[in-house]
Design a protein around this ligand. Structure first.
Ligand code: TRP
Length: 348
């Protein structure tokens, strides 16, 4: 039986952090290792440039970092194809044809694009680059180029997948069954897909300084956990505490497994018991933070060690990307041929 095809990945605009790990990467590795899918991992540098045109160096340098992050968490080039978007010109060809199938008004109404424009006021001012506005079309090109049927994304990206659905539908109804209809999926653990920053803010960002990166040292992790926000109403140990909107408990609910309790905090069997005690009162933040630090160190240590080993040989990483990109380009070129034939763009 033909395996379902997964396309997933990220924009290279910096190092990946534990929000990426919880929301996307851990599951990506699991799906890869299940052997049930053919996995493509896109490093979407062209898309990153749609709102970072002023900083191509950052995007360029982040390509290698994002590749190393993926390898460090367990993406295996023998099982998955990791590639660089900008090196596949067919993706831009497809984008150009799909642009005729989407109205300007529809793009302006896309909720993902609207939110991102609102969040980027400072950068964009009143005028949004055309390239940014059409990035959902380029993402439809990415997805359809690989005949992907499963597209794991953050929930904020679902309207972009919806846009792909419309493009596939329109293309196939105008030019005949050509493109494969994908399905977007989000992490089923709602807490894992909405990881707050260490300050409790909804967005993690390097510029905000509220992130823990995958390669961070043990000391950096410990320092970040120490300064993490908790429940501002939990002043004395005996006070009842709130676990809602408390980033320490949010992280624990995602990361702390029974084996972590057994190893570091055996008075409690699991998260539910710990949270209940905090809410009753009598459990101090220092103890909870110490446990979170133990858990994060345990999860991040092997990732950091693999990361360091991989980063020692950037040439080998580039070779993985080079061969991944060659393989990916073959697939994208085959789809582009199909698309051009369907549209009657064959002359010689
Ligand atoms: N939009 C994704 C992000 O913000 C990156 C991306 C580009 C992507 N093309 C894709 C994700 C295709 C899944 C499928 O990180």
């Amino acid at each position: 039986m033909k395996k379902e095809i997964i396309l997933t990945g990220e924009r290279p605009t910096g190092r990946l952090h534990i929000g990426h790990y919880a929301g996307a990467l851990a599951r990506r590795v699991e799906m890869q290792n299940s052997g049930k899918y053919e996995t493509f991992v896109i490093i979407a540098d062209d898309q990153a440039l749609t709102d970072n045109a002023d900083d191509p160096q950052k995007v360029h340098d982040s390509v290698l970092q994002v590749a190393i992050d993926n390898l460090a968490v367990g993406i295996d080039p023998a099982k998955s194809t990791m590639f660089i978007q900008s090196q596949i010109p067919e993706l831009k060809e497809l984008t150009f044809y799909y642009m005729n199938l989407v109205t300007l008004a529809r793009l302006q109404r896309n909720p993902t694009v609207k939110t991102e424009i609102a969040n980027n006021r400072e950068k964009f001012g009143a005028s949004v680059p055309t390239g940014f506005l059409v990035y959902p079309i380029s993402q439809a090109a990415d997805i359809t180029a690989f005949d992907a049927t499963i597209v794991p994304v953050g929930e904020d990206q679902m309207p972009v997948i919806e846009q792909t659905h419309e493009i596939v539908h329109k293309f196939n109804s105008l030019y005949g069954e050509t493109l494969v209809m994908p399905r977007g999926i989000v992490n089923e653990n709602e807490k894992a897909r909405r990881m707050p920053g260490t300050d409790g803010g909804a967005k993690m960002g390097k510029s905000i300084g509220n992130v823990i990166n995958l390669g961070d040292s043990a000391d950096t992790i410990a320092a970040q956990v120490k300064t993490m926000f908790t429940d501002p109403l939990h002043l004395r140990v005996e006070d009842p505490g709130h676990t809602e909107n408390n980033p320490v408990f949010h992280y624990l609910s995602v990361f702390a497994k029974p084996e972590h309790f057994a190893a570091f905090l055996p008075e409690y069997a699991d998260y539910a018991e710990l949270a209940a005690h905090y809410e009753r009162g009598g459990l101090g933040d220092v103890k909870v933070k110490k446990f979170l630090n133990d858990v994060l160190q345990e999860i991040l240590r092997p990732i950091r060690e693999r990361r360091e080993a991989i980063a020692r040989d950037p040439g080998a990483v580039m070779e993985i990307l080079r061969s991944g990109t060659i393989a990916a380009r073959e697939r994208a070129a085959a789809t582009t041929d199909r698309v051009k034939k369907a549209m009657g763009l064959v002359y010689f």
